[in-house]
Design a protein around this ligand. Sequence first.
Ligand code: ADP
Ligand code: MG
Length: 303
Amino acid sequence: MYNSSLMALRPLVRSNSRSYAVKLTEHQAAIMARGLPKRERLRGVQDIIVVASGKGGVGKSTVAANFACSLAKLGKRVGLLDGDIFGPSIPLLMNVHDEPLVNRDNLMIPPQNYNVKCLSMGMLTPPDGAIIWRGPLVMSAIQRLLKGADWSPLDVLVIDTPPGTGDVHLSLTQHAPISGVILVSTPHTAAVEVTLRGAKMYEKLKVPIFGLVENMRYSTCDKCKHRMEFFRPDQSTKGLPKQLISLPLDAHIAECCEEGVPVVVKYPDSDYSELFKQLAQQISDTLDERRNQDLKASSNSSA
Ligand SMILES: Nc1ncnc2c1ncn2[C@@H]1O[C@H](COP(=O)(O)OP(=O)(O)O)[C@@H](O)[C@H]1O
Ligand SMILES: [Mg+2]
């Protein structure tokens, strides 16, 4: 399919001189349209939420895993897709390492842990195997994880993404309707600037942004609850979308990532569990509100 559209765009060669078609012919445009991936709803999946950031190491995977578990605690049916093809962390964070089984329709069955169905390239490649892929292969890997798996039925599919705004992000937004994006950033200028760029990309692609999870601005003493700030108050995440929660830098969060038990599972009564619960509740309320508005709009238009 892609090949035929590429063939159609070959330069036109005439006698000794080369002339390049500047405009697409009708035929070429038709082939291109056929070749472009369609944004199709995933069967049995109500909402898709992407967790993204311009920077690596700011806590995207940690947020994605704990957010997914918190949604599950609210009673939602949840899936977690690891979109970080080159640096998958979901198998470690969720303690799911087994290769997925395949059902009769040749769809992968995402293994489940902590009431969350998980799928990652890390389950399909040997732990020490280097993944050396270029753009088109990365895109097809994402498509396979997204559409080659039996996710149904899900209320929410959370997608953890690699840093930046590369092939994975484009491929995701092209292939599936994304209900919204949660951005994650630390207050470091270097992280804020690139995350802002990421936010602009999603705005351009008309994908709604729910808001920002700020990570590691502060830490709270376990004993006396004193709050230590790591940034000046004016070192802000200004310019980024509204803040949903601010997550502390905390040894328990780091420890839980290493152990493969999300902090909201291991310490359900902790302050961080409360923060993740607030995040899950806010997003789920926003989605409900949106659905009600859509229902009203469609009943008004049919009246
Ligand atoms: N709030 C936090 N407190 C302590 N450690 C954290 C926190 N958030 C993330 N980490 C740790 O930082 C590292 C990077 O986090 P990760 O979620 O993998 O980032 P990303 O997915 O953005 O690359 C991990 O080892 C994780 O345990
Ligand atoms: Mg990650």
